[in-house]
Design a protein around this ligand. Sequence first.
Ligand code: C5P
Length: 220
Amino acid sequence: LVPKRLAGHKVLITAGPTFEALDPVRGLTNHSSGKMGFAIAAAARAAGAQVTLVAGPVHLPTPRGVQRINVQSARDMLAAVQSALEDVSIFIAAAAVADWRPADFSAKKIKKDGSGAVPSLAFVENPDILATVANSDRAQQGQLYCVGFAAESDNLLAHASAKRVRKNVPLLVGNIGPATFGQDDNTLLLIDAHGSSALPRASKAQLGHALIAEIARRLP
Ligand code: C5P
């Protein structure tokens, strides 16, 4: 039996990759499976919260009792988050959001013209969903607790600590070790204003519960 630590709370979670379309049949995405974010959503629900999960394109069933909104692009994800933000007291950004999107979308499929010419891609920066929410008035006034994630290839503690400060969030969760994309296990590094601590290797389901407990005891 899971303690109802989040009874009365509304929790909003992003999960999975985004898909940034180039034309009607092509786009850019990444290997995020969404498993960690979905596990957190299930754990928050089990802890008694009302949970909304904004999910990029993933192949996962919706956890029982969780309201799910499916999106494709980072801009869709931001719009869905903003539409679901009312009365939310905890925002957890577990999605692997594309930092950039193609500058142009071609309404028709980009065709080979037979000359051997190759297209070139120009990019524009996507909105930072976590930073946008973390800088909202309710977050700044302590009514909305924001949690970010970091997946780094090197120097996790330094990069993730800097990210916590840059994104202006009280808690930043780092994925420790080699790529965890798609795997069922993970190891997490929790970084807050007081320092860092690890949640040892466990299933993403177990880590979801552990992370919810860590968030619950940090709430103002
Ligand atoms: O800057 P970086 O992508 O490494 O930051 C990762 C954290 O920021 C994650 O919590 C991710 O969900 C969030 N993020 C976001 N919107 C973006 C980029 C990242 O919410 N455009």
